[in-house]
Design a protein around this ligand. Structure first.
Ligand code: NAP
Length: 303
């Protein structure tokens, strides 16, 4: 396969960054991979795992001469990192990111992009509850969607190049408005994570009463919530802080629907309960039919 980029810089080498590095290596999507990692441990891992041709501590050094820069750090780091590496970008470079919230990414990165550089915001909707360079794998993006949210007027050649990058990484690509992305993901990903964090927290608060029962009988539904609630605390803190409005809007609707369920249980309205549970069972079938989950597999923790 011909390389799409001569020199690619990956900033941050956690689950997503290291998965990208692996798939770039495996499919030869870039001739050279330069990586910026914050901690000495992650820089050492980049070398040990053979994920980079050069490893940098300073983000400004890592992007010099790169024709494609992919930001793979938590959302809360975007502004200071973009400010630090912006002046070192070469004219014609394309910058993209993988962040789970897109309006804030545009707000935090866009102003620091110099003339002649194009920023194409992106989000691979693929993930697991694991973090760090050892948790990544090249197949993570296969048959998953990557959403690109280029603001109006973004150079089409750059958008096409980023879309082609994700297709060659195994992903399907959709273009969407950033605000719409944030609303959709609030309900499909952010709210489910919040519910999981909450229910596991509630069970933990009860632990003094229930002790080992919480763990012992976890298979009764609780287990799946614990997997999602094991997701990276820093990443998810930043998701909720950057997508506040959309999450609060969806949380409002969720609370109303939960109250309706509470009422149905209180008044023994079995028909209402059965009607909802039948409707939701069809949704699970739709997810399986769309190839986004295996019939007998726990669903991916994609965000
Ligand atoms: P992760 O495994 O926790 O990795 C984060 C990486 O960012 C680590 O390498 C970390 O460095 C680095 N980092 C953190 N703060 C930094 C800073 N100030 N400067 C430089 N590097 C810094 O996280 P992840 O799951 O890959 O998530 C990364 C991004 O992908 C997030 O924006 C998230 O929204 C998005 N995303 C995540 C998922 C998912 O399911 N996990 C899915 C789609 C998109 P150290 O290793 O040195 O700590």
């Amino acid at each position: 396969m011909t390389a799409l980029f001569e020199r690619m810089a990956i900033i941050g080498l956690g689950l997503i960054g290291s998965s990208v590095a692996r798939v770039v290596r495996q499919h030869g999507l870039a001739d050279h991979i330069w990586v910026c990692a914050r901690s000495p441990e992650t820089r050492q891992a980049a070398t040990d795992l053979g994920l980079a041709d050069a490893v940098f501590a300073d983000v400004a050094d890592a992007v010099v001469d790169a024709d494609f820069v992919l930001l793979c750090t938590p959302l809360g780091t975007y502004k200071s990192l973009a400010e630090a590496f912006g002046p070192s970008l070469k004219p014609g470079a394309i910058v993209s990111d993988v962040g789970s919230v897109k309006e804030s990414a545009i707000r935090d990165i866009g102003p620091f992009m110099p003339d002649g550089v194009t920023f194409v915001p992106g989000h691979p909707v693929a993930g697991t509850e694991n973090s760090g360079p050892h948790s990544g794998y090249a197949e993570l993006f296969e048959d998953r969607w990557t959403i690109l949210t280029p603001p109006d007027g973004t150079d089409q050649n750059a958008v096409d190049a980023v879309a082609e990058f994700w297709r060659q990484a195994g992903s399907m690509v959709e273009i969407m408005d950033a605000a719409h992305h944030d609303l959709v993901l609030a309900v499909t990903s952010h709210l489910p994570h919040l519910i999981a964090y909450n229910i596991v927290g509630t069970a933990d608060d009860l632990a003094t009463v229930t002790e080992s029962e919480v763990i012992k009988f976890a298979a009764g539904g609780f287990r799946d919530f614990t997997r999602i609630a094991a997701s990276d605390p820093v990443m998810w803190r930043d998701v909720f802080l950057t997508n506040r409005d959309a999450v609060l809007e969806m949380l409002g609707r969720f609370n109303e629907d939960l109250s309706a369920l509470q009422k149905a249980i209180r008044y023994k309205d079995g028909d209402a309960l059965e009607a909802l549970f039948t409707r939701t069972r069809h949704i699970r079938r739709g997810v399986i039919d769309a190839g986004q989950a295996e019939p007998d597999e726990a669903p991916d923790d994609a965000d």
